[in-house]
Design a protein around this ligand. Structure first.
Ligand SMILES: CCCCC/C=C\C/C=C\C/C=C\C/C=C\CCCC(=O)SCCNC(=O)CCNC(=O)[C@H](O)C(C)(C)COP(=O)(O)OP(=O)(O)OC[C@H]1O[C@@H](n2cnc3c(N)ncnc32)[C@H](O)[C@@H]1OP(=O)(O)O
Length: 228
């Protein structure tokens, strides 16, 4: 909002002027795709990213952009925009304006396999044990990847259960592949699983299972979340 105001001011609009939204600016800030290469990405991250981009060419995989103001870019049934106050600013959690310090990532969807992968390079702000990623940051990237996969098949979902086994710590600055897939859909329940591996596939860092519940369309998100 503050950045919107600054922009309007820069466009020379004073008090009383009719304010038309700048299409490049959302309610929540300037639209920016955070899941694009930047100078903090290691060669390993770049190589993996290029490999997935290559696999996008025949349509098997799709790159998922990441804006902090909307999740409506996830293909499929996703649509969150109706709940204005609670419109998810999901990626605010993981998108940081300083490159390289937090979550550097890119997601790719394989629609026919109902599979979402995330290339993830954790930065120094995510430190838990000295030199390694905090388990909570690993949980966040797993939840975000699995959640995006669940969103693709079921639309508006929330995590009901997330179970993670941490097998090997993730060194800060390394690159791992978070690989998630839908195992089963039963009514409103979406069961998924996920593996986090080093890019050479030799190290299993974590494995997870999750249950996501599609939100009841007859209830508002506010009712469902018991707030207001
Ligand atoms: C401010 C809004 C921001 C929301 C952001 C969320 C998503 C972002 C948007 C798009 C997604 C894009 C990408 C996704 C990326 C990341 C996702 C992050 C998601 C989160 O970070 S999200 C925060 C943590 N998450 C919670 O804060 C949930 C708190 N919770 C609840 O809000 C309710 O609990 C809810 C809605 C889950 C269910 O409530 P409900 O009323 O709709 O459904 P109900 O309780 O009737 O359950 C129906 C059937 O599921 C079974 N069931 C339910 N829970 C179970 C469990 N834990 N274990 C085993 N079975 C379970 C029941 O037993 C019944 O089964 P049956 O039908 O067989 O009887």
């Amino acid at each position: 909002m503050w950045r919107n105001c600054v922009r309007l001011a820069r466009r020379g609009l004073g008090r009383g002027a009719v304010l038309r939204p700048d299409p490049t600016v959302s309610r929540c800030g300037v639209s920016k795709d955070y899941a694009l290469p930047n100078s903090s990405w290691s060669q390993g991250m770049m190589d993996l990213y290029s490999r997935f981009l290559e696999m996008c060419k025949d349509g098997t995989w799709k790159r998922i952009p990441s804006y902090s103001n909307s999740v409506d870019h996830i293909p499929g049934k996703a649509f969150w925009g109706v709940h204005s106050k609670y419109q998810p600013q999901l990626w605010q959690t993981i998108n940081m304006d300083t490159e390289g310090v937090g979550f550097e990532y890119a997601m790719f969807l394989n629609p026919s396999e109902k599979r979402m992968v995330c290339l993830f390079q954790p930065g120094p702000y995510l430190e838990g044990p000295s030199g390694f990623a905090h388990g909570g940051s690993t949980a966040t990237i797993i939840d975000s990847t699995i959640g995006s996969c669940a969103t693709f098949v079921a639309g508006r979902v929330m995590t009901a259960n997330l179970s993670i086994n941490y097998r090997n710590p993730i060194p800060l600055g390394s690159v791992v592949l978070v690989d998630s897939k839908v195992d089963q859909v039963e009514g409103r329940k979406v069961f998924l699983s996920c593996h986090v591996r080093s890019i050479d596939g030799q190290t299993l860092h974590a494995e997870a299972t999750a249950l996501f519940i599609r939100l009841d369309s007859t209830k508002s998100l506010q009712q469902q979340m018991s707030c207001q």
